[in-house]
Design a protein around this ligand. Structure first.
Ligand code: ADP
Length: 600
């Protein structure tokens, strides 16, 4: 037997957790929820009484006279009336459930999205975006399936079964006992089979189904590599292996369902036999009328109808509980970087940055990267961060943006501790032009205005001109309204950077972080970007993460990082003057072309 991948341990607490989650979202519309419950219970009770009405009709016909059909007609009207009422109520349940589900699903999606957006950069760096999206969407649809399964499957089945058993037990205790026992046996056997025998097989088959899809996607997207190595046959074999693994698991899972179907059919037959046999015996004893027998036949059809899908309902509840548990994790997770309850907005009149004995360690690292690190950056200074990869330059700017909380010390901006101000006000004050700017699939104008959505068209144009975006946008068919990523209009690395610079110009933050692109840009782009960056940094405190040393010479100050420490601090000229200086060595290892450049 295949082991179920989901941990059985804590399953009880999981159901409790999920039930609290579900109840919370049912309560987004309490009126709808309680109407749903009331109408559903009422409609099911009506359904249970339809067979009784059928019995009354048969009795009226059996004992009535043909010249006085009034009692039979009355019974017929009651019978039909109940049927009509049942359908009206059932339909109302659907309409109410539709509204309740839509409201709750929207709320679940909104809440999960809001939470996930606010998770720390670390969290996002360690999570696959696709998997997160899938968890949220699956959690939303699972809520719907779960509510439907309860409203249309399990709750009515429970009411019908208990209602009928009580009704019988009240008139004929023996029939009540037989019905109760056979229904109980049916439920226990079928649910046990479903949960411990069928589901693990289903889970295994589904897992291999995803594996097959994964292999297909991987090989097809990597087709260029497959072709260049003439590896088609190798890929065929790889896929065939996985498909083989899926094949027997699928057969096993389908077979188990079929066997369970058979067991179910036999048990239903036993149930029918028990009920009708007892009914007939009661009739021979003169304790049941023909009408009672007719109502019994109708009742057993009713019960078997509700019981038939119970195994599927239980499996569906199990699956949806697991899927919702994933979304719930988001809901319960603590934000790693959270605003203090008394956080105030940051005010930045000058843009002085002060690292005051900062200690910081990445959670997954053994030792702190920064220890007791202090540094002052005066207002409006332009500094370049230099150092080998892994020296701590990116971390330095991440700390300024408070993407992580410190383990010791403080970072102050204009004498305010950034750990005590609101994150929104901090990020509104610190602009960033990242190495690989993220552009949304929206128009170029909207992308530029991302940092200031209320910007006027003139402002957008002005920023675009300053950042040399205008040059390439003019050539596009729809100009600034062109969607980024739309057929054929994919921007080059340099163009994306220019859009990001225009964005930063428009956002006009007092502090600016520029992370140079590492990938080489064409020389036209490079000149444009250098010019644009100069304009952008005018009058602002600017931190440049320099990947090419040619950029930093023009800056006011250069900080050379080594393993979380500043080993040199000064202007290009002063650092170049140091014999055996780290910066000088870095410069000297650059290409001859650059050396000529630097010697000017
Ligand atoms: P640089 O920008 O100078 O290349 P970083 O600031 O990116 O350097 O990295 C400094 C050190 O911190 C490196 O040793 C790197 O491996 C480590 N580091 C960076 N990001 C993380 C992270 N999210 N989790 C753990 N360690 C990290």
């Amino acid at each position: 037997m295949v082991k179920d991948k989901e941990k059985p341990a804590g399953a009880g607490t999981k159901i409790g957790r999920v039930m609290r989650f579900v109840a919370h979202y049912w309560m987004v519309a309490p009126n709808l929820f309680f109407s749903l419950l009331a109408v559903r219970i009422f409609s099911t009770l009506i359904d249970v009484s339809v067979p009784v009405a059928a019995g009354l009709l048969v009795d009226a016909v059996a004992s009535g006279k043909t010249d006085d059909p009034a009692p039979a007609i009355r019974a017929l009207v009651i019978f039909l009336g109940l049927g009509v009422l049942f359908h009206i109520l059932r339909q109302s349940v659907t309409f109410i459930a539709n509204r309740l589900s839509a409201r709750a699903i929207t709320a679940i999606g909104r809440d999960a999205f809001a939470k996930v957006q606010r998770f720390s950069s670390d969290w996002h760096a360690n999570s696959f975006a696709g998997a997160t999206v899938r968890k949220i969407t699956r959690g939303m649809t699972s809520f719907d399936t779960f509510t439907d399964t309860l409203a249309f499957g399990l709750v009515p089945a429970f009411i019908v079964v208990t209602g009928v058993t009580i009704m019988f037990a009240w008139r004929w205790p023996l029939l009540g006992l037989v019905t109760g026992l056979s229904v109980l046996t049916f439920i226990v056997v079928v649910v046990t089979l479903s949960v411990v025998w069928i589901r693990p097989a289903n889970v295994a088959a589904r897992e291999w189904d995803s594996k097959m899809a994964g292999v297909l996607a991987d090989s097809i997207t990597g087709n260029a590599a497959v072709k260049s190595f003439a590896a088609e046959e190798r890929e065929d074999r790889h896929f065939a292996d996985i498909a083989q693994g899926w094949q027997w698991r699928a057969v096993r899972s389908w077979d188990r369902s079929a066997v369970s179907g058979l067991v179910q059919a036999v048990l239903l037959l036993v149930l029918q036999l028990g009920m009708l046999g007892t009914g007939l015996w009661l009739w021979t004893q003169g304790r049941a009328t023909p009408g009672d027998i007719a109502s019994l036949i109708a009742t057993q059809f009713l019960i078997t109808g509700y019981l038939r899908d119970i195994a599927q309902h239980v499996r569906s509840v199990q699956r949806t509980v697991n899927d919702m548990d994933d979304v719930l994790e988001f809901r319960n997770a603590q934000l790693q970087v959270a605003d203090r309850p008394d956080a105030k907005p940051l005010q930045v009149p000058n843009g002085v940055i002060d690292f005051d004995h900062v200690t910081f360690r990445y959670k997954s690292a053994k030792a702190p990267l920064y220890e007791n690190f202090s540094l002052q950056i005066p207002a409006g200074q332009k500094i370049g961060l230099v150092g080998t990869s892994g020296a701590g330059k990116s971390t330095f700017v991440k700390l300024v943006q408070r993407l992580y909380d410190l383990d010791g010390g403080r970072i102050l901006i204009d004498a305010q501790d950034i750990g005590l101000v609101t994150q929104t006000s901090l990020r509104n004050a610190v602009g960033l032009v990242p190495q690989e700017p993220v552009l949304f699939h929206r128009s170029i104008a909207q992308n530029i205005a991302y940092g200031r959505p209320d910007a006027s068209e003139e402002d957008i144009m002005r920023a675009a001109k300053l950042a040399h975006v205008d040059e390439f946008v003019r050539g596009l068919p729809k100009g600034y309204q062109t969607l980024v990523g739309e057929r054929g209009v994919k921007l080059s690395g340099g163009e994306r950077q220019r859009v990001a610079i225009a964005r930063a110009i428009l956002a006009a933050t007092p502090i600016l972080i520029l992370d140079e692109a590492t990938s080489s840009l064409d020389s036209v782009s490079e000149t444009y970007i250098r010019e644009a960056m100069d304009k952008l940094s005018e009058g602002r405190t600017t931190i440049v993460i320099a990947h090419r040393l040619s950029t930093v010479q023009r800056l006011d100050r250069i900080l050379v990082f080594e393993r979380g420490k500043i080993v040199e601090d000064g202007t290009h000229r002063s650092l170049m003057a140091r014999e055996n200086g780290v910066y000088r060595r870095l410069v000297e290892t650059q290409s001859g072309a650059f050396l000529a450049d630097a010697a000017e």
